[in-house]
Design a protein around this ligand. Structure first.
Ligand SMILES: NC(=O)c1ccc[n+]([C@@H]2O[C@H](COP(=O)([O-])OP(=O)(O)OC[C@H]3O[C@@H](n4cnc5c(N)ncnc54)[C@H](OP(=O)(O)O)[C@@H]3O)[C@@H](O)[C@H]2O)c1
Length: 344
C-alpha cells in the first residue's frame, strides 16, 4: 500500500479543516479503503509554504498556521508562494485547491488546476470559480490525462450533490431545481426576523466568519448566482456564466418588509432556481416571500436546501443544517476517496 502524496494549495479555514479531518480519519482510510496518505506540500499567499517529499508534519503545520505563523521552516526545499510553481515542484499525486473564489474569472485557481492535471494529478477543490469558468476545459483535460477533477464541496459544502447525480442517478435528466444556496444571506434574513437591523446582521455574519470582509458578493446575490451557474453547467449540461443568471440581492430589503411578511405568515428567501426550456435554461436568483407550505420556509439560519425535479423521480429534496469548514472538508475527503477508487 504505497503512500498517496497530497498537496494543499490554500491552508485557510477549509484547507486546515481538511488537514484535521485527514488526521482524524487516517486509520479508517487505511483500514476500510486501503488508503495511506502523506502531505508533501502546503502553500498559502501570505503565510509561506513548505515542500518535503518525505512527508510534512501535518500537526505542526496546523499549529503554525493557527498561530498565524509562516510555514516555511517546515520546508526541505526553498519555499515558494507562486501557486503554479508550487504545483510543479510539490511532486504530489493529488492537489487540493482551496484558494478564495474569484467570481469574475475563476483565476488563479484555473491555472493551478490546469497545471496539476497536466502534471498527472487528480484535483479536488471547494472553489466554485474553476467550476463555473472552466468546467468543460478542465474536465476534458482530466479525462485525457486519466485523472479526476472533483468539486463536491463547491455547492452546499459536503452535501453530496454532484456525486449523487454522477454516481447514483444514471440516465436521469435534471429538468429544474429550486433552493436556498447562500448561507450568509439566509442567516441575515433570519436575524432580521429576530429584529436585528440589516447592518447589525451583516456585522454578525462577519464576526462568526461566514461572510467575507467585503460581504457584497453574498449580499448582491453573486455567490448564489455562481452556484446556480455551476449547477446548470454541470448537472444540466448547459454551460452558462454567472452574468447570465438573472440576479437580485437582499440589499433592498428593509426590516419593515421582513416584519410585514412575518405578520402575514410568510418569510423572505433568496431563491435560486433554474428550469430547462426549449432553447436552453432559465436561471435566476431573487427574493421571494414563501408560505409555510413551501419546503424553503423552514430553511433558516445558515442552512441550505435544494429540490431537484428530474424526468424519473419527480421532486427530490436535500437539506443541509449547520454547514461550516468541517462539512466542506468532508466533501473534499469524500472526493479524495472516490478519486482514488475510481481511477482507471
Ligand atoms: N469556508 C467554507 O465553509 C467554504 C464552503 C464552501 C466552499 N468554500 C470555498 O473554499 C475555498 C477556500 O475557502 P476558505 O474559507 O478556506 O478561505 P480562506 O480562509 O480565505 O483561505 C484561503 C487560503 O488560500 C490562500 N491563498 C489565497 N490566494 C492564494 C494564492 N494565489 N496562492 C496560494 N494560496 C493562496 C490563503 O493564504 P493566506 O493564509 O496567506 O491568506 C489561505 O491560506 C474558497 O474558494 C471558498 O469559496 C469555502
Amino acid at each position: 500500500m504505497p503512500d498517496i502524496k497530497l498537496a494543499l494549495l490554500g491552508f485557510g479555514n477549509v484547507g486546515r479543516a481538511l488537514a484535521r479531518l485527514l488526521l482524524i480519519k487516517r486509520d479508517e482510510l487505511r483500514r476500510r479503503y486501503q488508503i495511506n496518505w502523506q502531505v508533501v506540500g502546503i502553500t498559502t499567499l501570505r503565510h509561506g509554504g513548505a515542500i518535503d517529499p518525505g512527508g510534512l508534519d501535518l500537526e505542526q503545520a496546523l499549529t503554525l498556521a493557527e498561530a498565524g505563523k509562516d510555514l516555511s521552516p517546515l520546508s526541505l526545499q526553498p519555499a515558494t508562494i507562486d501557486g503554479e510553481i508550487f504545483v510543479r515542484l510539490c511532486g504530489a499525486d493529488i492537489l487540493f485547491e482551496n484558494t478564495p473564489v474569484n467570481y469574475q474569472t475563476g483565476q488563479p485557481a484555473i491555472s493551478h488546476i490546469r497545471t496539476a492535471i497536466e502534471s498527472g494529478m487528480h484535483v479536488i477543490t471547494a472553489n466554485k470559480g474553476p467550476v463555473v469558468h472552466a468546467y468543460q476545459e478542465l474536465t476534458e483535460l482530466a479525462r485525457s490525462r486519466k485523472v479526476r477533477f472533483f468539486f463536491e464541496s463547491a455547492v452546499m459544502d459536503g452535501t453530496p450533490i454532484f456525486s449523487m447525480w454522477r454516481e447514483t442517478l444514471p440516465a436521469a435528466d435534471l429538468l429544474a431545481f429550486r433552493g436556498v444556496l447562500n448561507s450568509t444571506t439566509n442567516l441575515i434574513l433570519t436575524l432580521m426576523e429576530e429584529e436585528k437591523s440589516f447592518d447589525e446582521a451583516v456585522v454578525y455574519t462577519q464576526e462568526i466568519g461566514i461572510a467575507e470582509t467585503d460581504p457584497s458578493g453574498d449580499i448582491q446575490g453573486w455567490d448564489a448566482a455562481v452556484k446556480v451557474a455551476a449547477l446548470v453547467t454541470v448537472l444540466m449540461r448547459v454551460p452558462i456564466k454567472p452574468a447570465q443568471v438573472t440576479r437580485e440581492g437582499i440589499e433592498g430589503l428593509t426590516l419593515k418588509d421582513v416584519k410585514d411578511a412575518l405578520a402575514a405568515g410568510r418569510r423572505w428567501k433568496l431563491v435560486c432556481q433554474a428550469t430547462r426550456v426549449d432553447d436552453g435554461v432559465h436561471a435566476s436568483v431573487g427574493l421571494e416571500q414563501v408560505e409555510p407550505s413551501d419546503s424553503l420556509y423552514n430553511v433558516i439560519g445558515t442552512s441550505s436546501s435544494i429540490t431537484f425535479e428530474s424526468d424519473v423521480l419527480g421532486d427530490l429534496t436535500i437539506t443541509e443544517a449547520n454547514p461550516g469548514p468541517q462539512t466542506t472538508a468532508y466533501g473534499l475527503l469524500a472526493d479524495f476517496i472516490n478519486a482514488v477508487h475510481s481511477s482507471p
